[in-house]
Ligand binder design. Structure first.
Ligand SMILES: CC(C)(COP(=O)(O)OP(=O)(O)OC[C@H]1O[C@@H](n2cnc3c(N)ncnc32)[C@H](O)[C@@H]1OP(=O)(O)O)[C@@H](O)C(=O)NCCC(=O)NCCS
Length: 330
């Protein structure tokens, strides 16, 4: 959908846990190899939280960096939206806990559950709060402790995921060249069980049985997701650029969800976009779900890969199935 939300990025931040887990570490206890993991996914290592460290701690660190970069105090933030599938607690939202941890006021604070597409959902939601005047400084995050719902005995999923958080502060702008030019959000609930956690919700509350049957861990149909992801990424980028009336050549940078290097390579090669215009950090962090795009965005700003005036395409997809894109002139 074409729109013009006059928002800009005041600051970004990111945080990853200190502990690095390499592919070799997995080969010590699973029937897998560094070669298989690198060839099939592009992942070389990922970060995993320390005992006692969770989504809130990751979010606090990423948010403080974004606040410092923006030159803002916590009291100046008037909206918090966290995209996460792995909240600090089932209740309340991690956004509420973050509000208190940072020392913000009694501002609207909520989580968005859109899995790996969550950061784009958060960005689009916050932009609308800013556009209608209900907020002036929105702190958005993609923050995950994916390893808390990953079955470390299942080689099909264990090697894929990592923990991280990325934050950004959005604010209105008078600069006519900046803003979100187009965005698309969608979901296909009929494929809800393509990636899901069967236990621990209201359908099957936590019990000895759910623990014994490992129902608190993510179950995934990898092949089906793979095909969906390649097609969705391809059509979302193409259609969102078209909505905004820009050509794919005009894009300075594409920041895709980091689920699998082969998914990204295959979608962008069909679009004719060179890989040097595409953010890649899956080799270092694995799939960090909602955090992946947020983290890659911060890295791109920090390294000077993107600069003011650039057209940046965000694109993500995940459990739900969900998907989202946003075209931002920064
Ligand atoms: C998961 C994924 C990497 C698997 O790669 P793939 O090429 O599709 O591999 P397959 O699932 O077809 O499995 C091929 C073989 O490798 C095996 N295998 C799976 N994981 C393995 C591992 N870690 N090490 C070694 N072998 C493994 C399978 O058991 C299978 O063996 P078989 O042929 O004897 O049955 C890939 O499908 C993927 O990335 N899917 C998208 C996942 C995703 O993004 N999920 C999150 C939602 S955003």
């Amino acid at each position: 959908m074409k729109m013009k939300w006059a928002v800009e990025i005041a600051g970004t931040g990111a945080y990853v846990p200190e502990r690095v887990v390499t592919n070799e570490d997995f080969t010590k206890r699973l029937d897998t190899s560094d070669e298989w993991i690198v060839q099939r996914t592009g992942i070389r290592e990922r970060r995993i939280v320390a005992p006692g460290e969770g989504t809130l701690a990751l979010s606090v660190n990423a948010s403080r960096q974004a606040l410092a970069e923006a030159g803002l105090q916590p009291e100046e933030i008037d909206l918090i939206v966290i995209a996460t599938a792995t909240p600090e607690h089932p209740l309340p939202s991690t956004a509420c806990e973050l509000q208190a941890a940072l020392g913000c006021g009694w501002i609207p604070s909520f989580d968005i559950a859109a899995a790996c597409a969550g950061y784009v959902y958060a960005m689009v939601s916050a932009a609308q709060f800013l556009d209608c005047g209900m907020a002036t400084k929105a702190l958005i995050l993609g923050a995950e402790t994916l390893t808390s719902i990953t079955d470390m005995e299942d080689r099909g999923t264990a090697i894929l995921f990592g923990d991280a958080a990325g934050a950004a502060i959005l604010q209105p702008t008078d600069d006519p060249n900046k803003g979100i030019l187009a965005a698309r959000l969608g979901a296909d609930g009929a494929r809800a069980k393509a990636v899901w956690v069967p236990g621990g919700g209201s359908a099957e509350p936590a019990s000895i049985k759910t623990v014994n049957e490992r129902l608190h861990y993510m179950k995934m149909k990898g092949r089906a997701i793979y095909k969906f992801a390649v097609n969705m990424m391809h059509s979302l980028v193409r259609d969102t650029a078209e909505d905004a009336g820009v050509s794919l050549d005009d894009l300075a940078y594409v920041i895709p969800h980091q689920s699998n290097l082969r998914i990204i390579e295959s979608a962008v090669s069909r679009l004719g976009i060179p890989m040097d215009k595409v953010a890649i950090n899956i080799d270092r962090y694995g799939n960090t779900s909602a955090a992946s795009v947020a983290l890659a965005f911060h890295e791109a700003r920090e390294t000077g890969r993107i600069k003011s005036g650039d057209l940046v395409m965000f694109v993500a997809f995940g459990a739900g199935l969900t998907w989202g894109s946003a075209l931002l002139r920064i």
